[in-house]
Structures are given as C-alpha cells and as structure tokens.
Design a protein around this ligand. Structure first.
Ligand code: AKB
Length: 314
C-alpha cells in the first residue's frame, strides 16, 4: 500500500524539519504539510501544503480523504510558557486536535499516528535526576496537564480501539532552521542567535537550572525510528522517555564561549523559572533504548558547533 502522510503543525520548530525529512524518505508528493498559517518557502514549495485548523474535525477529515492519508503526525500544540497565559486556548488546541486524530484512527480512516508528549508531563514531586519512565508525574503547568492527559488518552485508544498511536516525551529541542515559540527551553536556541548578533544574551532562567535537551537531528531520527519500528516492539503506548543531553544555562554559556570567547551571559529569571523548576534535570530513556534501539548522538559540544556553523552570517 502507498504511504501518504499528513503533518499537522508543519510550520513549527519540529514540523518544518520533520516534513523535510519525511519528504526526502517518501517523496515530496507523499507528504502533505499543513498548518494554520503559512511557513517557510522551502516547506511550502517542495510539496503539497494545506491551511488547516487541527481543531476542525470536518476540515481534517476532508484533507485526509482527499489525499488518501494513512499516517498522521500531529505537531500542533501550544507550548508551556504561552499556555500559562492562555490556559483555555491551550487546553482546547492541545486536547481537541488530539481527539480529532485519535477518533479518525478509531474510525479506521488512518492507520498510524504520531503525537508528541513532553518532559512537561513531570512535576515537582517527580524524582529529578534520571527520571524513570514510570514514576510520580503530577504536572503543575497547563501544558504539562494537557500532555499527561493526552498520554492517558493515547494509551486508552490503543487498548480499547486498537489505534496505532506512538509518542515521545521530547526534551527541549535545539535547532537552527526554525525558531521555537512559547516554550520554557527556548533560551537554548535564543542564546546562539544573540551570541552571533549581539555577543551577549540575558537568560530568563537561573544559571544553575539543569534541563533535559536534545539537538533536532536526534529528535527527528528518534521520531522516524519509533514510527518505523514493528508494532510488537512498541511496549509503551502512553509516551516514551527520550534523553539527549542535560545542562544548565551557565554550562551552555561556557560552551558558546569555547567558540566565541567574548560572549557574555547575564541572568534575569522570569515566570518561566517556576516552570523549569517543576521539570526533571535529566531523563532515563532505557525503555526506548531496549524497545526500539534508541541512542542519542549529539552532546552539548557538537550541538554548539552545529548551531554556530549554521547560523553564522556569510
Ligand atoms: C517547552 O519548553 O514548553 C517545550 C517542551 C519541553 O515541551 N520545549
């Protein structure tokens, strides 16, 4: 059977790179990008693109029927910092888009679903270091509550209705092609842009706040690996812990200074500090390693080299 893939939220930080990776693998015409707004030229011109509101079930169903879609990646979401400002909008987007896609799976209109969860499912009572796959969660943010609820629903739809839905708890993602928007881990991307443009950056988290992070190439590779794995290897149907690296803002500043010795970092923590304080410092991803062979490749040093080389003005 021919594979036709729909990416919802294709213009975001992950969606942009995921769309291009899937187009390279399956052919441009087999990967339909969609978003509520237009994205970068490369994404829009390299294959089909649809304006689509993920909370509109009828519109979603129509696109799926028109392109004979069998696989959906639902990347549209409101992230942690923005969700604290607009709780009801975040809940509406994050939950209703998921129900729409899960119900299309239940009705056998699509065969396979990817839905991203996050380290935000964990909360202040969670063990902070090497946070295990199964542990106390109790998220204290709007975004985290929506992601934890989403995980429960994914597992429920798999058990009750045999919906093949797969998921990863992404850490903070670092990339140079598309900016993140509205997250608590965004500082780890902003720092590189500001280091090159201004030689200085004021971080909105404290210098010693360690968080789990990952370079985008690893995140895309993990996503494709999970989606390509045989179904019987996917033992976790809520969402898999995934680990790349862990570091503090001050360790990141040192890494940038290794390449740009005059770079200056200062700190002005804001409301995002409380969100970061509720999240783990590092993640145990041994289930992902055992079940489908996951292994990260990028550490902080390599991430800094890639980011600065690609963002550097010519
Ligand atoms: C955020 O900071 O909200 C996201 C996430 C960790 O899910 N990057």
């Amino acid at each position: 059977m021919q594979k036709y893939i729909l990416i919802i939220g294709a213009c975001g930080q992950i969606g942009t790179e995921l769309t291009m990776a899937l187009r390279e693998k399956h052919g441009n015409d087999h990967v339909i990008a969609s978003d509520i707004r237009e994205g970068n030229d490369n994404l829009m011109e390299s294959g089909p693109f649809e304006i689509l509101d993920a909370t509109d079930y009828d519109a979603l169903e129509e696109v799926i029927a028109y392109y004979e879609i069998n696989e959906v990646y639902l990347m549209a979401a409101m992230l942690s910092a923005t969700a604290e400002k607009f709780p009801m909008r975040a809940w509406n987007l994050n939950m209703n888009s998921l129900f729409n896609v899960l119900n299309l799976g239940k009705e056998k209109k699509i065969d396979k679903i990817f839905w991203p969860s996050s380290i935000a499912v964990f909360g202040p009572n969670t063990p902070k270091d090497h946070t295990p796959q199964n542990t106390i969660m109790e998220p204290s943010t709007v975004y985290g509550i929506s992601k934890q609820s989403g995980e429960r629903w994914c597992e429920y739809y798999f058990n009750k209705f045999d919906v093949d839905v797969r998921s990863i708890r992404y850490p903070g993602l670092i990339s140079w092609k598309t900016m993140p928007g509205g997250g608590t881990t965004d500082y780890a991307v902003e720092i590189y842009h500001k280091a090159l443009s201004d030689g200085a950056y004021t971080c909105f988290l404290k210098e010693d706040t360690a968080l789990p992070m990952m370079f985008m190439d690893d995140a895309i590779r993990a996503t494709l690996q999970l989606m390509e794995a045989e179904g019987n290897r996917i033992k976790v149907r809520s969402s898999y812990n995934l680990s790349g690296m862990s570091f503090t803002p001050s360790e990141m500043a040192q890494s940038v200074q290794g390449k740009l010795p005059n770079f200056k970092m200062s700190y002005a923590p804001d409301f995002r500090q409380a969100i970061a304080d509720s999240w783990p410092s590092s993640i145990d991803d041994s289930n992902a390693q055992q079940d489908w062979g996951w292994k990260a490749e990028f550490d902080l040093k390599r991430t800094t080299e890639e980011m600065l080389a690609n963002l550097k003005p010519d």
